[in-house]
Write a protein that binds this ligand. Structure first.
Ligand code: OAD
Length: 225
């Protein structure tokens, strides 16, 4: 089976009603990204950060996967599909995708602030005073700006083995996620689907760019692959 690696960003969940980061006002649901998605933001105001992710977790119950998520899940019957997502939602999994790597963590997990190995499934609010088994504060299991990306090496090794790299709905401005495409082997085809694609990607590799919504483009793309 053909090996397809799919790198997704906020744009793939936009049609499910989850806002992207950089499209409109530069704010994430009304907040400066650095306030709610950086380690400095956490140290400055943990209450605000916890409350923000509590709202995102609650929002997840109100949304569902869209056609783009579904198409990628259906492809598993025909291709070897691995999804590397920058999204912290669980819409790929809910659509049925089996191999999903969450580069930036997951909304439905929390972890100990002292020991990153202590990770717990979490579907409700997480507040100050909610502790891990070793009595330290829990925090969202999200990779914030200023933190290492623990799954980066694994993601790079998957991109390095793919035959097709499909990039969907990402501005490709956040590193190190944006540099993953450079690991694609020379023979791999790179296809980039986005409503408003980044025009200044620094590469001399040929990238086939398809402009449009993720669901529409994905429903038409099989002819190319
Ligand atoms: P961005 O908000 O930077 O980019 C979203 C992309 O999706 C843009 O290029 C839009 O043009 C495109 N888009 C919007 N609607 C679309 C649709 N219906 N179909 C296809 N494309 C569409 O989001 P990311 O690139 O995912 O990190 O942002 C990367 C990271 O920055 C996030 O994971 C997050 C953020 O700070 C953390 O929270 C750690």
């Amino acid at each position: 089976m053909k090996k397809i690696c799919v790198l997704t960003g906020a744009g793939i969940s936009a049609e499910s009603g989850i806002k992207t980061f950089r499209d409109s006002d530069g704010l994430w649901e009304g907040h400066d990204v650095m306030e709610v998605a950086s380690i400095d933001g956490w140290h400055k105001n943990p209450n605000l950060v916890l409350d923000f992710y509590n709202q995102r977790r609650a929002q997840l119950k109100e949304v569902k996967p869209n056609r783009a998520h579904e198409i990628l899940a259906e492809w598993q019957d025909k291709y070897e599909v691995t999804i590397i997502t920058q999204n912290v939602d669980n819409l790929h999994e809910r659509a049925g995708s089996k191999n999903v790597i969450h580069l930036h963590g997951e909304l439905l997990k929390v972890r100990s602030t002292k020991n990153p190995e202590l990770v717990y499934d979490w579907t409700t609010d997480c507040n100050l005073g909610d502790l891990c088994e070793n009595e330290s504060q829990l925090r969202p299991d999200i990779v914030w700006f200023g933190e290492e990306v623990p799954l980066l090496e694994l993601a790079a090794s998957i991109v390095a083995e793919c035959e097709i790299l499909l990039i969907i709905g990402t501005s490709l401005v956040v590193y190190p996620a944006a540099q993953l495409m450079y690991y694609a082997p020379p023979f791999a085809e790179i296809i980039y689907i986005d409503k408003n694609p980044n025009q200044s990607i620094a590469t001399n590799r040929k990238i086939k760019t398809i402009v449009g919504s993720a669901s529409q483009c994905l429903s038409e793309i099989e002819a190319f692959i």
